[in-house]
Design a protein around this ligand. Structure first.
Ligand SMILES: Cc1cc2nc3c(=O)[nH]c(=O)nc-3n(C[C@H](O)[C@H](O)[C@H](O)COP(=O)(O)OP(=O)(O)OC[C@H]3O[C@@H](n4cnc5c(N)ncnc54)[C@H](O)[C@@H]3O)c2cc1C
Length: 161
């Protein structure tokens, strides 16, 4: 799927660079308040008039960790979204929740998950038996291509018992 969308963007003239990080943003010559160039980890310097930043894939778990909660790629929770402390629940991007259908911990970074998990968390808080069983879902529309994606991929070569 990633290749399909990468090709789509390249077909539209996008210069897509994977495995390349931004190491610095340099100010414009004569105007330190404006960006002038972006430096990349491969040594490339790209001139820029406008820079748009789209980031956010690392869960912010410092508060949870400092509280002594179990943390591993997000805050570890069970199917009921309860953390290692019975009085604390976690939902959304930051929650690495046990998924009873997929039978493994899973952290999902999509809007639909952030919408539905809090309902389960609220039910759990109210003492009602609750379990987050929805499969991950997201959609995207890029140029004329739309995609809806349900469930989650497993790495090539992995088998599930
Ligand atoms: C660039 C980008 C594009 C995306 N595009 C899509 C998309 O097209 N489709 C889609 O489905 N999803 C998309 N997502 C994912 C979607 O935005 C998230 O899944 C969703 O916002 C998660 O909601 P959340 O409430 O779990 O977390 P967040 O929206 O991240 O909210 C967590 C909040 O907690 C606050 N916080 C963190 N630590 C503390 C603390 N110690 N004390 C107090 N507050 C704290 C943060 O400041 C933040 O406001 C995108 C995300 C990014 C970054």
């Amino acid at each position: 799927m990633a290749q399909v969308f990468a090709d789509l963007h390249r077909d539209h003239g996008v210069d897509l660079r994977c495995d390349t990080a931004v190491t610095a943003v340099q100010p414009a010559a004569g105007d330190p308040s404006s960006a002038g160039a972006v430096l990349l980890s491969d040594g490339t310097e790209l001139e820029a008039d406008v820079i748009v930043v789209g980031i956010g894939v690392t869960p912010n778990v410092e508060l949870a960790r400092s509280c002594g909660l179990n943390v591993d790629d997000g805050i570890l929770v069970g199917r009921d979204l309860v953390t290692s402390d019975d009085d604390i629940l976690a939902a959304g991007d930051v929650a690495n929740a046990y998924h009873p259908l997929l039978r493994r911990q899973l952290r999902v970074e999509h809007w639909a998950n952030a919408l539905h998990q809090p309902v389960v968390a609220a039910q759990t808080m109210l003492g009602q038996p609750a379990s987050h069983v929805r499969l991950p879902y997201f959609f995207t529309d890029q140029y004329d291509l739309g995609m809806e994606y349900t469930a989650t991929p497993i790495p090539t070569g992995t088998t599930r018992s």
